[in-house]
Structure formats: C-alpha cells, structure tokens
Design a protein around this ligand. Structure first.
Ligand code: SF4
Length: 382
C-alpha cells in the first residue's frame, strides 16, 4: 500500500472576543447551537474528501486544532468533535496532537476531554505578562488567567506546552521585553513562539494607529528585541529552530515543521488552508457558504491553485529557509533532479556575498543577519 504522510489542521473560527490586532478569521460570541452545527459540518467535510476522490491512503502523523480559539467550544461539542475526528482517522501513526488555547477558556473538564482524546501538546496564547499590554492588545484574559491555565495544564499531565509572546509593542523597552522573556522562562515552557506585532489593515489596531492613538516600536528596536530574545532563550537552553520559534531539544512543533518542509496537509474548517495532491486551497470563510457546500457533499473551497514544479521549487526554498537548519540540498536534488545552485545560483551568490546566506556542502541556510532580513531575501527567489 502506498500511504501518503499527512498532517491535519482543523480550524475553529470562534473567539471569546476579537483582539484589536488580529486579522485571522474568527467570529466572537457564537452560542452552543452554532458551535454544534459547525462541528457537524467539520466532521462531514472529512467525508467530502472521500466523496470527491481526494482522500485515499493518508497516514496522519500530526493533528493541529487551531483558530480562533478551539477551547471556546463548550465541553459537549469539544468532545463530539474529538470523538468524530478519532473515529474518522487512523490514529495509530499520530506523533503529535496540538490544540491551541487561550488563557481563561480552559477548564478541568475541557482539559480532561483533550487528554482523553490523546492531545499531547497545548499552545497557549499568552502574548504578554503585563496587564497594560494585554488591555492595549484587546486580549480577553488577564495575567492571572495565564498562570491559572498553565498550572492546570501541568497538573493534568501536559509535558509539552508552548506559549506565544508578542514584541514590538507600543513603547516596549528592551528591559521590559527581557522581563517578559524571564517571566515566560520561569514557567518552563517546552516551546515558545515570538511574534512581532504587525499592524494589519482593517483591524481596530490599524484604525487606532491611523488616528494616532497607538503605535509600534521603530525598526531598530524591533531588531534589538529579536536579537535579545535569541540571546536570552539560547542561554536558557532553547534551540532557535525557525525564524520565530524556539524549543527544548526534541520539542519543536512537528506539525508546523511539516509546513516548513513543504509537505502536504489537510486544512479543514471555514477559512482553513491546505495543500493536497499539489493543490493549495483555502476554504470559504463565510460560515453559511461553508456549511451549504458541505451539505451538498462538495469540498468547501473558495480558492485553489495547482502548484507546478517551478512554483514547488520556490516554495521549498521560501519555506525551508525559515528553518535555521536550512534547506537540505541533497533532498532538493532528489526531488527536482537539479541542484539548488543550478536553479537559484545567482540569488544564492548575491546573498552569500552580503553575508545573509550560508551555502554549505549539505545545506543552504540564512545567517542570523539573514533571518533578520528574511522577508526581503525570500522574495528574491520569486
Ligand atoms: S484569540 Fe487569537 S484568533 Fe482570536 S481574535 Fe485574538 S488573536 Fe485572533
């Protein structure tokens, strides 16, 4: 049997309230009946892949339930979702099962449901330990909720916890950022994701910035914050394995690494993206449209693009260079029948000469300076 290794991403587009900076697809304040209907649609979406001839012998190795905030689902619907997924998947190959959670939405009852269904990794959206910044960002929780959720998860047996932090916040000093990192390290997370605040058009934060009521730090401060985080976390025993991600040995995110290695994955749910059989797709965001298509046994795609070989090469570089280990040159040659130098020699030489890239015998990777300028460099491959 020729099984294809896959990851599965399940999107839960509900949040307690909307954060001011967020442009992810999610809806606030939906009640239990709408949640129930959505869970039914999600489970039916899996059947649609078979009905439409897309699904065959998938070997599911990672499962990631993200959002939105998956843990806003009421216990009954959370349980029905997980029961349904476990019934549908062959779970014996599952190596990692992550659920995103926000402080204040976790209860012992929900954690027990997650644990009983095999969830072995939680990713907690902490963002800051400072009440001022939590309010400034429009987060729905306070600092105490962070500590309470964290302690509850540990007490209930999780030994693989990740937390998200944000930097580049209005007037945030290096000392403040260092203190935030120390507060995070004191919790002894196995994994950290650090994101610079970007002002996304159309968000309440963008409106506040336009009105002069909010601002972010300047480029140089953001750069120093990035370098400081790396220094502090390396000293605390974390490996820097991706532009924005750090982990204790063996605790990197397997699911996200699958994205960076340009492997295929199923994206389920309203607004979710996936990559199956060399087709990248995004599902309808509109819940009504999403549900209607599934009721008709159709995959609920709003957009799809077939990735030809040339684009696949570029995506392999674009994603692979996000990893600090870089792109495996031998694997590239085996996959495409040509060397990286044959395909991208001029761009590689240009960035190598500027000290932004290292072209080693086995790997091509960004230097630290290159990681800081990754957005500009990666665009050069297109
Ligand atoms: S909790 Fe996450 S997904 Fe929901 S609004 Fe805030 S940042 Fe966006």
């Amino acid at each position: 049997m020729n099984e294809k290794t896959m990851g599965v991403y399940v999107h839960i587009p509900f949040c307690t309230t909307r954060c001011d900076y967020c442009d992810f697809y999610s809806t606030e304040g939906l009640g239990a009946p709408q949640q129930g209907q959505y869970v039914s649609s999600l489970l039916h979406e899996w059947e649609c892949y078979a009905a439409c001839g897309i699904r065959n012998d998938w070997r599911i190795e990672t499962l990631y339930i993200g959002g939105g905030t998956p843990t806003v689902l009421v216990p009954a619907h959370l349980e029905r979702l997980l029961d349904g997924l476990m019934e549908r998947f062959e779970t014996s190959h599952l190596q990692e099962f992550t659920v995103e959670a926000n402080p204040g939405t976790l209860t012992e009852e929900k954690l027990k449901i997650l644990r009983d269904h095999g969830c072995d990794r939680l990713s907690l959206g902490v963002q800051s330990f400072d009440p001022f910044y939590l309010k400034w960002l429009g987060r729905s929780h306070d600092v105490q909720a962070v500590y309470d959720s964290w302690a509850m998860a540990r007490r209930m047996g999780w030994d693989n916890l990740s937390l998200d932090l944000m930097y580049g916040l209005q007037d945030q000093t290096l000392d403040h950022w260092r203190q935030t990192l120390q507060q995070a390290i004191e919790l002894q997370p196995e994994h950290l994701s650090l994101y610079q605040l970007n002002i996304e058009p159309g968000t309440p934060m963008a409106e506040r910035v336009a009105r002069g009521e909010a601002h972010t730090v300047d480029e140089e401060t953001a750069r120093q914050q990035y370098l400081l985080a790396r220094e502090v976390l390396l000293a605390a025993g974390y490996g820097h394995y991706e532009i924005s991600n750090y982990a204790k040995p063996g605790k990197h995110s397997r699911h996200n690494t699958l994205y960076w290695k340009n492997q295929e994955y199923v994206g389920m749910g309203a607004g979710a993206s996936g990559y199956i059989n060399r087709v990248r797709y995004t599902n309808h965001k509109d819940l009504t449209l999403y549900t209607r298509m599934i009721k008709r046994n159709r995959v609920p795609r709003a957009f799809e693009e077939t990735i030809d070989r040339e684009l696949q090469k570029k995506e392999t570089i674009l994603l692979g260079l996000r990893l600090t280990e870089g792109v495996d040159k031998k694997a590239y040659q085996q996959c495409f029948g040509r060397s990286l130098e044959e395909d991208f020699g001029a761009v590689i030489r240009k960035h190598e000469a500027q000290g932004l890239m290292e072209n080693r015998e086995d790997t091509l990777r960004l230097t630290l300076e290159g990681l800081l300028l990754s957005n500009e460099i990666l665009l050069d491959f297109f």
